[in-house]
Write a protein that binds this ligand. Structure first.
Ligand code: CDP
Ligand code: CDP
Length: 202
């Protein structure tokens, strides 16, 4: 039977961390949908047409190296504003969401567009400064040389583009539960998310 957990939110809000832990806890499959857009964005940076890239996307592209950089995140957000690119990635995400045995998807439009019928919807937020701090720490630990201010500017730019686009903008579904992780440790944020899912499972 299908049971879908939709997790949406802005960059570095903590949605991936929550999604992975929910998937492990309930034994559901997990899809980080941001990686699909990152894989297309990376190919655009390499000179490929983004629509061609989206239509021909393979699991190898999505599992590839180098998708977690700031430049690729920005490119992802640019290709994600193209309706044809979103359309090319739609069926795969929908089928994943409704697979037997349960699924957790995290992204920007899971609860609004990909799976409006999701049984549990969570919208994860945190202040831009907190998110920039978290992402900066991750990038520095991964060996990237960039400042907190650069990461904060990137966070603001992506927020604006992702919330402002016409097709599938970042916003909470009407029936989503919002979790603000600004002042929450990971364990507390995950505990709240588990409570939302338990309530939906009845
Ligand atoms: O991990 P982070 O939140 O920084 O980014 P991501 O989830 O990997 O997403 C990268 C970009 O892909 C976002 O800035 C969005 O523009 C786009 N995206 C989207 O439009 N829809 C999704 N379901 C997931 C990502
Ligand atoms: O998927 P998303 O981009 O929304 O964020 P993430 O990858 O789950 O989290 C970004 C970073 O913030 C990771 O290094 C997490 O360990 C950290 N984090 C945190 O410090 N506190 C939280 N409540 C959630 C995540």
């Amino acid at each position: 039977m299908a049971f879908t957990i939709a997790i949406d939110g802005p960059a570095a809000s903590g949605k991936g961390t929550i999604a992975r832990q929910l998937a492990a806890r309930f034994g559901y499959a997990h899809l980080d949908t941001g990686l699909l857009y990152r894989a297309v964005g990376k190919q655009m940076l390499d000179g490929r047409d983004p629509l061609d890239a989206a239509q021909a996307l393979t699991p190898e592209d999505v599992a590839g190296e180098g998708l977690r950089t700031n430049a690729v995140g920005q490119a992802a957000s640019r290709v994600a504003a193209l309706p044809e690119v979103r359309k090319a990635l739609l069926d795969f995400q929908r089928a994943f969401a409704r697979r037997d045995g349960g699924a957790v998807l995290d992204g920007r439009d899971i609860g609004t567009v990909i799976c409006p019928e999701a049984e549990a919807k969570i919208f994860v937020i945190a202040s831009p400064e907190t998110r920039a701090e978290r992402r900066h720490k991750e990038l520095v630990e991964a060996g990237h040389d960039l400042s907190y201010d650069e990461v904060l500017a990137d966070v603001h730019e992506r927020d604006e583009r992702d919330m402002g686009r016409a097709d599938a903008p970042l916003k909470p579904a009407a029936d989503a539960v919002t979790i603000d992780t600004t002042a929450l440790g990971i364990d507390e944020a995950v505990a709240r998310a588990i409570a939302v899912v338990e309530a939906a499972r009845g």
